[in-house]
Design a protein around this ligand. Structure first.
Ligand SMILES: Cc1cc2nc3c(=O)[nH]c(=O)nc-3n(C[C@H](O)[C@H](O)[C@H](O)COP(=O)(O)OP(=O)(O)OC[C@H]3O[C@@H](n4cnc5c(N)ncnc54)[C@H](O)[C@@H]3O)c2cc1C
Length: 307
Protein backbone atom coordinates (compact mmCIF):
# COMPACT_ATOMS: atom_id res chain seq x y z
CA UNK A 1 0.00 0.00 0.00
CA UNK A 2 1.26 3.45 -0.89
CA UNK A 3 2.10 5.55 2.20
CA UNK A 4 2.31 9.33 2.28
CA UNK A 5 2.72 12.01 4.95
CA UNK A 6 -0.10 14.31 3.90
CA UNK A 7 -3.25 13.48 1.98
CA UNK A 8 -5.56 16.25 0.80
CA UNK A 9 -9.11 15.39 -0.24
CA UNK A 10 -10.78 17.92 -2.55
CA UNK A 11 -9.65 20.40 -5.19
CA UNK A 12 -11.52 23.61 -4.35
CA UNK A 13 -9.82 26.74 -2.96
CA UNK A 14 -9.26 25.00 0.42
CA UNK A 15 -7.67 21.86 -1.05
CA UNK A 16 -5.39 23.65 -3.52
CA UNK A 17 -4.28 26.22 -0.93
CA UNK A 18 -3.44 23.40 1.47
CA UNK A 19 -1.51 21.76 -1.37
CA UNK A 20 0.48 24.94 -2.09
CA UNK A 21 1.51 25.30 1.55
CA UNK A 22 2.27 21.64 2.26
CA UNK A 23 4.26 21.16 -0.94
CA UNK A 24 6.30 24.31 -0.22
CA UNK A 25 6.94 22.80 3.24
CA UNK A 26 8.39 19.67 1.56
CA UNK A 27 5.63 17.37 2.79
CA UNK A 28 5.05 15.88 -0.71
CA UNK A 29 1.24 16.05 -0.45
CA UNK A 30 -1.05 13.87 -2.55
CA UNK A 31 -4.35 15.53 -3.49
CA UNK A 32 -7.44 13.75 -4.82
CA UNK A 33 -9.64 16.01 -6.93
CA UNK A 34 -12.96 14.23 -6.54
CA UNK A 35 -15.91 14.34 -8.89
CA UNK A 36 -15.63 18.11 -9.44
CA UNK A 37 -12.01 19.09 -10.20
CA UNK A 38 -11.66 22.75 -9.20
CA UNK A 39 -14.71 22.62 -6.94
CA UNK A 40 -17.83 24.78 -6.86
CA UNK A 41 -16.29 27.82 -8.54
CA UNK A 42 -16.05 25.90 -11.81
CA UNK A 43 -19.83 26.21 -12.17
CA UNK A 44 -19.95 29.97 -11.81
CA UNK A 45 -19.20 32.60 -14.41
CA UNK A 46 -17.42 35.57 -12.86
CA UNK A 47 -15.69 35.77 -9.46
CA UNK A 48 -15.33 39.41 -8.45
CA UNK A 49 -14.59 39.20 -4.75
CA UNK A 50 -11.43 37.06 -4.56
CA UNK A 51 -8.51 39.36 -3.68
CA UNK A 52 -5.92 39.82 -6.40
CA UNK A 53 -8.22 39.98 -9.42
CA UNK A 54 -9.22 43.66 -9.77
CA UNK A 55 -11.11 42.99 -13.00
CA UNK A 56 -12.72 39.74 -11.82
CA UNK A 57 -11.91 36.32 -13.24
CA UNK A 58 -13.94 33.37 -14.48
CA UNK A 59 -14.33 30.71 -11.79
CA UNK A 60 -12.77 28.06 -14.04
CA UNK A 61 -9.75 30.23 -14.89
CA UNK A 62 -9.19 31.02 -11.22
CA UNK A 63 -9.24 27.34 -10.27
CA UNK A 64 -6.86 26.48 -13.14
CA UNK A 65 -4.43 29.03 -11.73
CA UNK A 66 -4.70 27.56 -8.22
CA UNK A 67 -4.13 24.08 -9.71
CA UNK A 68 -1.06 25.31 -11.59
CA UNK A 69 0.30 27.01 -8.46
CA UNK A 70 -0.05 23.81 -6.41
CA UNK A 71 1.50 21.70 -9.20
CA UNK A 72 4.42 24.13 -9.54
CA UNK A 73 5.63 23.26 -6.04
CA UNK A 74 5.29 19.53 -6.63
CA UNK A 75 1.88 18.63 -5.20
CA UNK A 76 0.84 15.25 -6.61
CA UNK A 77 -2.64 16.03 -7.94
CA UNK A 78 -4.67 12.98 -8.92
CA UNK A 79 -8.06 12.09 -10.31
CA UNK A 80 -10.12 10.00 -7.86
CA UNK A 81 -12.91 10.03 -5.32
CA UNK A 82 -12.53 8.97 -1.70
CA UNK A 83 -15.15 6.26 -1.23
CA UNK A 84 -14.22 4.90 2.22
CA UNK A 85 -11.84 5.56 5.09
CA UNK A 86 -10.44 4.03 8.25
CA UNK A 87 -9.51 6.72 10.73
CA UNK A 88 -9.36 4.37 13.73
CA UNK A 89 -5.55 4.52 13.99
CA UNK A 90 -2.54 6.15 12.38
CA UNK A 91 -1.51 5.91 9.61
CA UNK A 92 -5.06 6.59 8.44
CA UNK A 93 -6.32 4.64 5.44
CA UNK A 94 -8.41 5.96 2.62
CA UNK A 95 -9.93 4.06 -0.30
CA UNK A 96 -10.00 5.69 -3.73
CA UNK A 97 -12.72 4.78 -6.27
CA UNK A 98 -13.62 1.63 -4.26
CA UNK A 99 -10.31 -0.04 -5.17
CA UNK A 100 -6.97 1.63 -4.34
CA UNK A 101 -5.94 2.09 -0.70
CA UNK A 102 -3.55 4.77 0.45
CA UNK A 103 -2.17 5.33 3.96
CA UNK A 104 -1.36 8.76 5.34
CA UNK A 105 0.05 10.24 8.55
CA UNK A 106 -2.24 13.26 8.21
CA UNK A 107 -5.37 14.14 6.23
CA UNK A 108 -6.83 17.48 5.19
CA UNK A 109 -10.50 17.12 4.30
CA UNK A 110 -11.57 19.87 1.89
CA UNK A 111 -14.57 18.24 0.26
CA UNK A 112 -16.83 21.31 0.22
CA UNK A 113 -20.60 21.52 0.41
CA UNK A 114 -23.30 21.48 -2.23
CA UNK A 115 -26.24 23.90 -2.29
CA UNK A 116 -29.64 22.23 -2.24
CA UNK A 117 -31.90 22.95 -5.20
CA UNK A 118 -35.65 22.45 -5.62
CA UNK A 119 -35.10 19.92 -8.40
CA UNK A 120 -36.79 21.91 -11.18
CA UNK A 121 -35.37 21.42 -14.69
CA UNK A 122 -35.41 25.25 -15.06
CA UNK A 123 -32.80 25.58 -12.30
CA UNK A 124 -30.34 23.81 -14.61
CA UNK A 125 -31.55 25.65 -17.69
CA UNK A 126 -30.93 29.08 -16.13
CA UNK A 127 -27.86 28.19 -14.01
CA UNK A 128 -25.63 31.25 -14.16
CA UNK A 129 -28.35 33.02 -16.17
CA UNK A 130 -30.35 34.27 -13.23
CA UNK A 131 -30.37 31.25 -10.88
CA UNK A 132 -27.97 31.41 -7.94
CA UNK A 133 -27.46 29.73 -4.59
CA UNK A 134 -25.26 32.45 -3.15
CA UNK A 135 -26.50 36.00 -2.49
CA UNK A 136 -23.12 37.18 -1.19
CA UNK A 137 -21.48 35.97 -4.41
CA UNK A 138 -24.00 37.14 -7.00
CA UNK A 139 -26.16 39.80 -5.31
CA UNK A 140 -24.04 42.62 -6.73
CA UNK A 141 -25.17 41.70 -10.27
CA UNK A 142 -28.79 42.45 -9.29
CA UNK A 143 -28.43 46.04 -8.06
CA UNK A 144 -31.73 47.90 -8.55
CA UNK A 145 -33.32 44.77 -10.03
CA UNK A 146 -36.09 42.47 -8.78
CA UNK A 147 -35.18 39.11 -7.27
CA UNK A 148 -36.81 36.20 -5.46
CA UNK A 149 -35.36 34.16 -2.61
CA UNK A 150 -36.67 30.67 -1.89
CA UNK A 151 -36.65 29.46 1.71
CA UNK A 152 -38.09 30.15 5.13
CA UNK A 153 -35.21 29.66 7.56
CA UNK A 154 -32.60 31.98 9.02
CA UNK A 155 -30.29 31.81 6.03
CA UNK A 156 -33.14 32.58 3.61
CA UNK A 157 -34.03 35.63 5.71
CA UNK A 158 -30.38 36.68 5.85
CA UNK A 159 -30.06 36.32 2.07
CA UNK A 160 -33.29 38.30 1.60
CA UNK A 161 -32.02 41.08 3.88
CA UNK A 162 -28.67 41.19 2.09
CA UNK A 163 -30.34 41.36 -1.31
CA UNK A 164 -32.83 43.98 -0.11
CA UNK A 165 -29.86 46.31 0.35
CA UNK A 166 -29.01 45.94 -3.33
CA UNK A 167 -32.14 45.06 -5.27
CA UNK A 168 -35.18 47.29 -5.73
CA UNK A 169 -37.51 44.48 -4.60
CA UNK A 170 -37.14 41.04 -3.05
CA UNK A 171 -39.84 38.37 -3.00
CA UNK A 172 -39.33 35.75 -0.30
CA UNK A 173 -41.04 32.55 -1.44
CA UNK A 174 -42.02 30.47 1.61
CA UNK A 175 -43.57 27.01 1.29
CA UNK A 176 -45.31 27.06 4.68
CA UNK A 177 -47.57 29.69 6.24
CA UNK A 178 -44.82 30.78 8.63
CA UNK A 179 -41.08 31.51 8.69
CA UNK A 180 -38.79 29.08 10.50
CA UNK A 181 -36.28 31.85 11.19
CA UNK A 182 -35.58 33.37 14.59
CA UNK A 183 -38.10 35.99 15.70
CA UNK A 184 -35.67 38.85 15.19
CA UNK A 185 -34.98 37.80 11.58
CA UNK A 186 -38.69 37.37 10.93
CA UNK A 187 -39.37 40.89 12.20
CA UNK A 188 -36.60 42.39 10.10
CA UNK A 189 -37.78 40.67 6.93
CA UNK A 190 -41.45 41.42 7.44
CA UNK A 191 -40.83 45.07 8.26
CA UNK A 192 -38.45 45.71 5.38
CA UNK A 193 -40.04 47.95 2.75
CA UNK A 194 -38.27 46.16 -0.14
CA UNK A 195 -39.26 42.61 0.90
CA UNK A 196 -42.59 40.94 0.15
CA UNK A 197 -43.11 37.54 1.75
CA UNK A 198 -45.21 35.08 -0.27
CA UNK A 199 -46.43 32.44 2.20
CA UNK A 200 -47.91 29.04 1.18
CA UNK A 201 -46.17 29.42 -2.15
CA UNK A 202 -44.18 26.99 -4.29
CA UNK A 203 -42.24 27.55 -7.49
CA UNK A 204 -43.46 25.62 -10.54
CA UNK A 205 -40.91 26.91 -13.04
CA UNK A 206 -39.00 29.87 -14.43
CA UNK A 207 -39.32 31.67 -17.72
CA UNK A 208 -37.28 34.05 -19.84
CA UNK A 209 -35.80 34.30 -23.33
CA UNK A 210 -32.15 33.85 -22.36
CA UNK A 211 -31.96 35.02 -18.75
CA UNK A 212 -34.55 34.60 -16.01
CA UNK A 213 -37.41 37.05 -16.53
CA UNK A 214 -39.95 35.58 -14.13
CA UNK A 215 -41.24 32.66 -12.10
CA UNK A 216 -44.44 30.60 -12.28
CA UNK A 217 -45.76 30.19 -8.73
CA UNK A 218 -48.62 28.44 -7.01
CA UNK A 219 -50.20 29.50 -3.73
CA UNK A 220 -52.16 26.81 -1.86
CA UNK A 221 -54.57 27.82 0.89
CA UNK A 222 -57.10 25.38 2.36
CA UNK A 223 -56.58 22.95 -0.55
CA UNK A 224 -57.35 25.71 -3.08
CA UNK A 225 -54.62 26.44 -5.63
CA UNK A 226 -53.99 29.81 -7.20
CA UNK A 227 -51.38 29.98 -9.97
CA UNK A 228 -49.65 33.28 -10.74
CA UNK A 229 -46.45 34.69 -12.22
CA UNK A 230 -43.98 37.24 -10.85
CA UNK A 231 -41.49 39.23 -12.93
CA UNK A 232 -37.95 38.78 -11.56
CA UNK A 233 -34.37 39.09 -12.80
CA UNK A 234 -32.79 36.72 -10.29
CA UNK A 235 -33.88 33.54 -8.48
CA UNK A 236 -31.89 32.71 -5.33
CA UNK A 237 -32.08 29.33 -3.57
CA UNK A 238 -31.64 29.46 0.21
CA UNK A 239 -32.95 26.07 1.28
CA UNK A 240 -29.70 24.83 2.78
CA UNK A 241 -26.43 23.15 1.89
CA UNK A 242 -25.23 19.58 2.17
CA UNK A 243 -21.61 19.23 3.32
CA UNK A 244 -19.77 16.40 1.56
CA UNK A 245 -18.83 14.64 4.78
CA UNK A 246 -20.81 11.36 4.76
CA UNK A 247 -17.79 9.21 3.95
CA UNK A 248 -16.18 10.29 7.28
CA UNK A 249 -19.31 10.04 9.41
CA UNK A 250 -18.26 6.96 11.42
CA UNK A 251 -15.18 8.75 12.75
CA UNK A 252 -15.63 12.51 12.75
CA UNK A 253 -17.92 14.62 14.89
CA UNK A 254 -20.37 16.59 12.75
CA UNK A 255 -23.13 19.05 13.55
CA UNK A 256 -26.82 18.31 12.93
CA UNK A 257 -26.48 19.40 9.28
CA UNK A 258 -23.37 17.32 8.58
CA UNK A 259 -20.71 20.04 8.85
CA UNK A 260 -17.49 18.61 10.31
CA UNK A 261 -16.87 20.07 13.75
CA UNK A 262 -13.50 21.73 14.36
CA UNK A 263 -11.96 23.23 17.47
CA UNK A 264 -12.74 26.94 17.43
CA UNK A 265 -10.11 29.01 15.64
CA UNK A 266 -8.40 25.93 14.17
CA UNK A 267 -9.12 23.27 11.54
CA UNK A 268 -8.58 20.38 14.03
CA UNK A 269 -11.23 17.66 14.09
CA UNK A 270 -11.80 15.21 16.94
CA UNK A 271 -9.08 12.95 15.46
CA UNK A 272 -5.43 14.06 15.87
CA UNK A 273 -3.79 14.67 12.50
CA UNK A 274 -7.10 14.95 10.63
CA UNK A 275 -8.11 18.48 9.65
CA UNK A 276 -11.16 19.91 7.91
CA UNK A 277 -11.01 23.09 5.83
CA UNK A 278 -13.39 25.09 3.66
CA UNK A 279 -17.13 24.74 3.20
CA UNK A 280 -17.25 21.19 4.62
CA UNK A 281 -16.48 22.70 8.04
CA UNK A 282 -17.99 26.16 7.58
CA UNK A 283 -21.75 26.58 8.03
CA UNK A 284 -21.39 30.36 8.31
CA UNK A 285 -19.43 32.01 5.53
CA UNK A 286 -18.98 29.63 2.56
CA UNK A 287 -16.74 31.97 0.58
CA UNK A 288 -13.74 31.06 -1.55
CA UNK A 289 -11.33 33.35 0.28
CA UNK A 290 -12.40 31.87 3.64
CA UNK A 291 -11.96 28.34 2.28
CA UNK A 292 -8.49 29.24 0.99
CA UNK A 293 -7.62 30.71 4.41
CA UNK A 294 -8.77 27.55 6.14
CA UNK A 295 -6.69 25.48 3.71
CA UNK A 296 -3.65 27.50 4.75
CA UNK A 297 -4.42 27.00 8.44
CA UNK A 298 -4.83 23.22 7.95
CA UNK A 299 -1.51 22.99 6.09
CA UNK A 300 0.38 24.83 8.83
CA UNK A 301 -1.26 22.61 11.44
CA UNK A 302 -0.22 19.49 9.50
CA UNK A 303 3.34 20.76 9.33
CA UNK A 304 3.42 21.38 13.09
CA UNK A 305 1.77 18.04 13.85
CA UNK A 306 4.34 16.11 11.79
CA UNK A 307 7.30 17.88 13.33
C1 LIG B 1 -22.54 29.12 -8.36
C2 LIG B 1 -21.60 29.52 -7.24
C3 LIG B 1 -20.98 30.74 -7.28
C4 LIG B 1 -20.13 31.12 -6.27
N1 LIG B 1 -19.51 32.33 -6.36
C5 LIG B 1 -18.64 32.71 -5.40
C6 LIG B 1 -17.96 33.96 -5.48
O1 LIG B 1 -18.19 34.75 -6.41
N2 LIG B 1 -17.08 34.27 -4.49
C7 LIG B 1 -16.84 33.43 -3.43
O2 LIG B 1 -16.01 33.75 -2.58
N3 LIG B 1 -17.48 32.24 -3.33
C8 LIG B 1 -18.35 31.87 -4.28
N4 LIG B 1 -19.02 30.68 -4.16
C9 LIG B 1 -18.75 29.83 -2.99
C10 LIG B 1 -17.41 29.11 -3.20
O3 LIG B 1 -17.48 28.42 -4.42
C11 LIG B 1 -17.13 28.14 -2.06
O4 LIG B 1 -17.14 28.84 -0.83
C12 LIG B 1 -15.77 27.49 -2.23
O5 LIG B 1 -15.65 26.88 -3.49
C13 LIG B 1 -15.54 26.44 -1.15
O6 LIG B 1 -14.31 25.87 -1.38
P1 LIG B 1 -13.91 24.45 -0.80
O7 LIG B 1 -12.47 24.29 -1.16
O8 LIG B 1 -14.31 24.33 0.59
O9 LIG B 1 -14.79 23.39 -1.58
P2 LIG B 1 -15.42 23.23 -3.04
O10 LIG B 1 -15.10 24.34 -3.95
O11 LIG B 1 -16.83 22.88 -2.79
O12 LIG B 1 -14.66 21.95 -3.57
C14 LIG B 1 -14.86 20.70 -2.99
C15 LIG B 1 -13.94 19.72 -3.65
O13 LIG B 1 -14.01 18.49 -2.96
C16 LIG B 1 -14.07 17.44 -3.90
N5 LIG B 1 -14.70 16.30 -3.25
C17 LIG B 1 -15.94 16.21 -2.68
N6 LIG B 1 -16.14 14.96 -2.20
C18 LIG B 1 -15.00 14.26 -2.46
C19 LIG B 1 -14.59 12.92 -2.23
N7 LIG B 1 -15.37 12.02 -1.60
N8 LIG B 1 -13.35 12.55 -2.65
C20 LIG B 1 -12.53 13.44 -3.24
N9 LIG B 1 -12.86 14.72 -3.49
C21 LIG B 1 -14.08 15.11 -3.10
C22 LIG B 1 -14.85 18.02 -5.07
O14 LIG B 1 -14.58 17.30 -6.25
C23 LIG B 1 -14.28 19.43 -5.11
O15 LIG B 1 -13.10 19.45 -5.86
C24 LIG B 1 -19.89 30.26 -5.17
C25 LIG B 1 -20.52 29.02 -5.12
C26 LIG B 1 -21.36 28.64 -6.14
C27 LIG B 1 -22.03 27.28 -6.09
Amino acid sequence: MEAVRCLIIGSGPAGYTAAIYTSRANLAPVLYEGIQPGGQLTITTEVENFPGYPNGISGTAMMEELHAQAARFGADIRRGIVTACDLSKRPYKVTIDDKTEIASETIIIATGASAKFLGLPDEQKYAGLGVSACATCDGFFYRKKVVAVVGGGDSACEEAMYLAGLASKVYLIVRKDYLRASQIMQDRVQNHPNIEVLFNTNTLGLFGEQFVEGAHLVRTIGGKEEKFDIAIDGFFLAIGHKPNSDVFKHYLERDENGYIKTTWGTTRTNIPGVYAAGDVADPNYRQAVVAAGMGCVAAIEVERFLS
